[in-house]
Design a binder for this molecule. Sequence first.
Ligand code: BDP
Length: 588
Amino acid sequence: MLYPIQNAIRNRLDLSGIWDFQTDPQGVGEEHGWFNGLSAARPIAVPGSWNEQYEDLFNYLGLAWYVRHTFVPASWRGQRIFLRVGSACYQATVYVNGERVGSHEGGHLPFAFEVTELLRWDSENTIAISVENELKPTRVPAGNMNTALGPFASYPRTTYDFFPFAGIHRPVILYSLPQSFVEDVTVVTELDGVDGIVQVTAKLNQPVSTTGLLTLSGGETRLTTDLSFTDGVASVSVRVPAARLWSDRDPYLYDLTVETESDRYTLKIGIRTIAVQGKQILLNGKPVQLNGFGRHEDFIASGKGLNLPLMVKDYQLMRWTGANSYRTSHYPYSEEEMQLADREGFLIIDEIPAVSLQFESEEHIAERLRVCLQQIDELVARDKNHPSVVMWCVANEPMPSSLNLSNLSGASADDPTVVRGKQFLDTLLARTRELDQSRLVTLVTVMGGPQSWMEGCDVICMNRYWGWYVMGGQLDEARSALERELDQVWATWQRPVIVTEFGADTMAGMHGHPNVMWTEEYQAEFIRIYLETAAARDYVAGMQVWNFADFAAVQSIMRVGGLNMKGVFTRTRQPKMAAHVLREFWAR
Ligand code: BDP
């Protein structure tokens, strides 16, 4: 799935803006022809979540309709035209001029439908998209599960710790392609001494035999190679003498253009390799640390909607701390975000929305497995050419039933969900490896979870909360427990370890001497202890603080004001004391 671009041949029309909007709690919209227009519409911003745009929609997760009208440029006539939605949470159906075009399930990933035959050239076209984000046990991530949580239950009833924002979260784009077009490009890079080897496979929309041209350019370099398509597919390998490599320190990008008689597509690529050897992660053959954050796409009013100024600011703040990495916890982030990571040199752990998977019933498992595999396919197809993406992550904190949530221990050996979970997770890891052999693959384990689930990972990724959920207020004991556990995990698996989450909720402006939980001093000390513990262990290949910024969670007795306050920045991006500790460790 290539990102739509504008050039002399291809066109794009971004339909971001104010759309008409109406909720449909009874599900009568389709029957009443709401795709032709809404009778009681109110304005809404696209992209954006609806929950923070209107007070009465805060907790609304049911069906809602978006409608807007647009002309299509006359110059596009004769081309093939597609409508693409960057992300709609969770299930969306698209209608053009009253015709149902198609549906997509699963948030955070793009989908497109061809609409050429449905468009009008002499008048405006009506585009309608219905979206719902109902919480269901069969969805990924799941909601409204029967699990008895007592006072820990949240509202809305998610199985995960972030707000289930709903709506169209990324741009809706109409784009045009020539009749015969480049459908896909796959780029894999290797190194041979100081030379870069760029392997390119280009695929056309038709299984024809024809020729084309590949150009790689950057700085003084300009290399062209003939492409020879058989059944619509051409593969070449280009040697780039003394290549300028892509890295977090020098994120150099080349332009790669695939040209055929009728089409042209250009993308930015980086020449780099990523591998694991013993205790280390190697970027271009040299050890690298993945230091940074778990994050969320989250902000006041825009919710999970693409927010470009915020994105730029967040990168600048991450750099200010000295970070070079983050995980797209707990779902794929926008394509615009991945492009910025390429350009700014961030090392990304790219995650599907499989947060808090449970393995309690055969029926739910089968359905969730289907959705997870679809999400892996769509994510790899979307992000496979980004040099910033160095690792795929197939799950965050899958949970065995026997996990004791009050002390995060207990996954017992005879728990059938441990075995079922292992099968499930191994299937996801295997599918990802099959799709992409050029990157690392992992899953992120929950504290107290079964260590057998780590077996298939290239890098051991662990979320740990010694000193917060367990041993709260006892940072010395927490330090020892962390040290013991890390050493034991290394001894067992002998693979690089990243602590993908560690953190403490902190109310900005609250201070304490001695430090107590929730104060800025406590968070600063907590993070210092984790970073010192890691620095003393050469098998620790990265530390990712939970979280970059405070973010909207669901309401519960665990979350003051409905916020998770483990950010080292507030939700409005002001630093807490802990942000300065990170700078001390990372920006030296
Ligand atoms: C971990 C989850 C993350 C939560 C975090 C927390 O992976 O989504 O937000 O804990 O409790 O269990 O703050």
